[in-house]
Design a protein around this ligand. Structure first.
Ligand code: HEM
Length: 230
């Protein structure tokens, strides 16, 4: 079927030419392609997660628990999909990983500003990460703005304090916990992957490598929602 003049075709809607031009899929080394393009896929998912979290916060502020739960519903699945991305990276040979690692210099996912934005937007606000080397001025500015914004956790607190419909409040809490649990599983899978490739060596950003990631795996982006279970 021909596309109508009003309806742009698939490739244009998705801006595939620009997207694939920017994607790291043109390198000679196919293992490096897998490594870099996987990081880009993760960054797109982080951007999607941020949009959803902003909508979760808005729905909570509007007192609509069912809508907040619906906006949060894809998030656990998004992060579980990212766990699968680590499974694909685990197929790299140690030799291929070493070549990639050497070329990375000090670059690391540790410099993912969007990942810190997710933490800050949710409510896990460790301001030391503002000083991470490698953030651009724009990224640093975005992070500072996140710290001034209301967190999802604050919105959730005020929503529950307002005596909401029980069923709606249960749905929100369950979905937020599912999301944070999926993030914890992502962090743990990441730590195992780092252990596989780095053993006890330091990471490219200079951390303790897998050991740092195991400590990070204990972080929860919505600690107050978990605390309610105590
Ligand atoms: C073979 C694959 C990977 C290895 C060996 C690895 C290793 C590491 C290590 C050792 C760190 C700690 C910081 C450092 O010293 O560098 C780190 C941090 C990080 N990496 Fe990865 N990583 C891999 C893949 C990925 C992918 C695909 C993503 C997706 C964007 C990612 C995102 C992150 C993030 C967000 C952090 C900061 C975590 C935190 O501080 O809680 N990593 N990674």
């Amino acid at each position: 079927m021909n596309a109508t003049p009003e309806a742009p075709p698939y490739g244009r809607i998705l801006r595939l030419e620009e997207l694939l031009e920017a994607a790291c899929v043109h390198e000679d080394d196919v293992e490096r392609v897998l490594f870099l393009a996987t990081h880009q896929c993760c960054e797109i998912s982080f951007a999607v997660a941020l949009r959803h979290l902003e909508d979760v916060r808005a729905a909570l502020d509007a007192g609509d628990g069912f809508l907040a739960a619906r906006r949060a519903a894809p998030l656990p699945h998004v992060f579980r999909t990212l766990v699968g991305q680590f499974d694909a990276l685990a197929t790299l040979t140690p030799a291929a990983f070493d070549v990639i690692r050497t070329a990375l210099g000090e670059a690391s996912g540790f410099q993912s500003a969007q990942f810190r934005e997710i933490e800050y937007l949710c409510g896990l606000r460790d301001t030391r990460f503002l000083n991470t080397a490698g953030f651009s001025p724009t990224e640093r500015q975005r992070l500072r703005a996140r710290l001034e914004e209301r967190s999802v956790q604050e919105a959730y607190h005020d929503y529950t304090a307002g005596g909401p419909d029980r069923e709606a409040a249960d749905a929100v809490r369950r979905t937020l916990l599912d999301f944070d649990e999926a993030m914890a599983m992502w962090r743990a899978r990441h730590a195992v992957l780092a252990e596989r490739f780095l053993g006890g060596s330091t990471g490219t950003a200079g951390s303790d490598g897998a050991s740092y990631l195991w400590t990070a795996a204990r972080r929860r982006v919505l600690p107050e929602v978990w605390a309610e279970l105590a």
